[in-house]
Design a protein around this ligand. Structure first.
Ligand code: GDP
Length: 609
């Protein structure tokens, strides 16, 4: 039994226990709530209207429907409006995707909340000085000035109303949050030095605030300086569509001196004014959700995070899912290190009790039951791992040695692509025989044909090495492999392949000559020249083809010939090399059997790493 439950029933944000009833359509206070397509019969039944009436109405709209016709959103809307209902489509979002959950608060439960402010501006224009001036100003009698820097956000009270300031100045923090999908700021204070005017980072800050749709208040700073010229600042701002009030616009500019602490309360009153216009509200009567502002590992207290409560109330003892781990709000403190039993919307709190250190920008959500938080965190962790697994590097030959020296039995996954099914099977059998009591060679795919992107995807998912036996990957597949960090090994002699794998397992991978592909070209046209042979009219599609390089002819992903170029021509002249995007003529030494569509791959032998 949750201890908070009896005396304080809060609304939950998401639930792992989506009851059958919840997922269904229903009428809620005159609003028809549904989750997806629904039949005419069901709709009539839920709205308590005779089916005939619904059918008749839709018929009048030119739609022939029967009891079983599935209605789309448009028809559902039409019927609802005709019969006096409002309607709302609910997207069912899995609880673990809580970032995507749309919270619909009952308007009667919404209460005003403090605005959350970020201070931005060009370097040296006085952001830090302003933050300190606000922090240390004793705006309310009895309030302690000179707050410790313990927590990266703080609240200030003016005229009985609170303002939350996020401490990290500059737009890096702001953008970092936004790039992670978190939006915490309600108002931006743009600091512009009166003696310096609009500078590059001022413009960047304007762009960030605008793209986030956050209103800007301009603090024209350093008004104490002799060169202060606020009119110039306003003129320059105008070029960036920020029109000051006295120029007929709606941007409020406040002239201040952060250093001398003049006009700071006027600036804060402006913040309150803008906040009032924004009508910022939240529902304190639900479990908390919000964003991690900063986090660290405290040597004594463990993971410690500053959380900004964006909706709901966080209470001591609540279970939290943050990022992909969960924990309990064991202890909450404010910027004065004062212990809080609960934190309402727009309050920044330092929380200990989390299992892991989250990242700034991570979202968090509070839950009533530990089991629920645990379950959701677990699912989120799995999701995260799956995502990372797809990104992380797969196995490499170098890893094999480490595996052989570890105490556990390890499995090395291998994908084999060969020029025929027979050779694929032969390679498979030979490699599987290499299995020792420490390393199990597991062939996850052995087929004939070129190495394709699908092989790379499988390799990435199964952490496999790809072996090509007489086959090649094309440039696109090669690029994909590089992106997914998949190792592709290419051989044309089965013993060489076996030896390489054995050597790797023994940790004896030698620095050998390895081949490096320089580029590829495609044969577009054939020119048969008597006494010379067949010249391939090619287009270099990737990299570069060099006159003295080794080449192989690839047809449908299979190597049909390996050798050297006899000549490389660009327009009518001999060329040393031809780059991607250019046409050329190629004659291959001792090979005239080229065909249109063949790929000529140029390569060199270089010393391996
Ligand atoms: P930030 O890079 O935007 O954080 O700028 P700082 O707050 O570090 O300020 C840069 C310099 O400008 C410091 O030397 C401050 O003392 C000075 N400064 C900041 N505000 C004022 C002001 O209102 N008047 C004067 N004269 N100097 C200021």
């Amino acid at each position: 039994m949750g201890k908070n439950k009896k005396n304080f029933e809060r609304e939950t944000n998401v639930s792992t226990k989506v009851s059958a009833d919840k997922a269904k359509t229903k009428v809620n206070g005159g609003v028809f709530v549904y989750t997806g397509a629904i039949s005419a019969g069901e709709l009539a039944k839920t709205l308590n209207i005779p089916l005939g009436e619904v059918i008749k109405f839709l018929f009048m709209q030119g739609k022939m429907v029967t009891i079983n016709t599935i209605l789309d959103d448009e028809l559902i809307g039409l019927v609802c409006l005709e019969f006096g209902y409002d309607f709302q489509k609910k997207h069912i979002v899995a609880a673990e995707n809580f970032e995507e959950v749309e919270i619909h608060d009952d308007p009667s439960k919404l209460k005003p909340r403090a605005p959350v402010v970020t201070i931005m501006g060009h370097v040296d224009h006085g952001k830090t000085t302003l933050i300190d001036a606000i922090r240390n100003s004793n705006l309310v009698a009895g309030e302690v000035g000179g707050i410790s820097q313990e927590i990266g956000a703080y609240q200030k009270e003016i005229n009985g109303q609170k303002i939350t300031f996020i401490d990290t100045p500059g737009h890096e923090a702001f953008t970092a949050m936004r790039s992670r999908g978190a939006s915490v700021t309600d108002i931006v204070i743009l600091v512009v030095a009166a003696d310096d005017g609009v500078m590059p980072q001022t413009i960047e800050a304007i762009d960030h605030a605008k793209s986030a749709g956050v209103p800007i208040i301009v603090a024209i700073n350093k008004m104490d300086k002799p060169g202060a010229d606020p009119e110039r600042v306003k003129n320059e701002l105008m070029q960036h569509d920020l029109i000051a009030e006295d120029y007929g616009g709606d941007v409020i500019c406040v002239e201040i001196s952060a250093k001398q602490k003049t006009n700071i309360s006027a600036l804060l009153e402006t913040v309150l004014l803008v906040a009032e216009m924004k009508d910022l509200k939240a529902n304190p009567d639900r479990y908390a959700l919000g964003t991690v502002l900063e986090a660290k590992l405290d040597r004594n207290e463990g993971p410690k995070a500053t959380l900004l409560i964006q909706n709901g109330t966080l209470k001591e003892g609540d279970y939290l899912v943050v990022g992909s781990s969960y924990g309990k709000a064991r202890r909450m403190t404010n910027e004065f290190k004062k212990v809080l039993k609960e934190a309402s919307p727009s309050t920044p709190v330092s929380v200990i009790g989390l299992a892991e250190v989250p990242e700034a920008g991570d979202r968090f959500m509070a839950f009533a039951e530990e089991s629920e938080a645990r379950q959701i965190a677990m699912k989120r962790k799995l999701l995260k791992e799956a995502k990372e697994k797809n990104k992380s590097s797969a196995a490499s030959l170098e890893d094999l040695y480490a595996m052989a020296n570890s105490d556990d039995v390890q499995t090395i996954n291998i994908i084999i692509k060969a020029d025929s099914t027979g050779s694929a099977e032969a390679v498979k059998t030979s490699l599987e025989k290499l299995t020792t009591d420490k390393i199990k060679i597991n062939v996850v795919r052995a087929t004939s044909g070129a190495i394709t992107e699908s092989d790379i995807l499988l390799a990435s998912a199964s952490k496999a090495i790809v072996y090509g036996f007489n086959v090649r990957p094309d440039a696109k597949t090669r690029a994909k492999a590089e992106e997914e960090k998949i190792e592709i090994r290419l051989h044309n002699i089965i013993y060489a392949l076996i030896e390489e794998l054995q050597a790797a397992m023994k940790g004896m991978l030698k620095k050998e000559l390895v081949e490096k592909v320089t580029g590829q070209a495609e044969i577009r046209k054939l020119f048969k020249v008597s006494k010379i042979g067949t010249i391939g009219g090619c287009m270099v599609t990737d990299g570069v083809i060099k006159a003295n390089s080794l080449v192989r002819v690839i047809r449908s992903g299979v190597v049909v010939f390996e050798g050297k170029l006899a000549s490389l021509q660009r327009e009518k002249d001999q060329a040393k090399e031809v780059k991607a995007g250019f046409e050329c003529g190629m004659l291959i030494e001792n090979y005239n059997d080229i065909k249109e569509g063949d790929i000529i791959e140029g390569y060199e032998m270089v010393e391996g790493e």
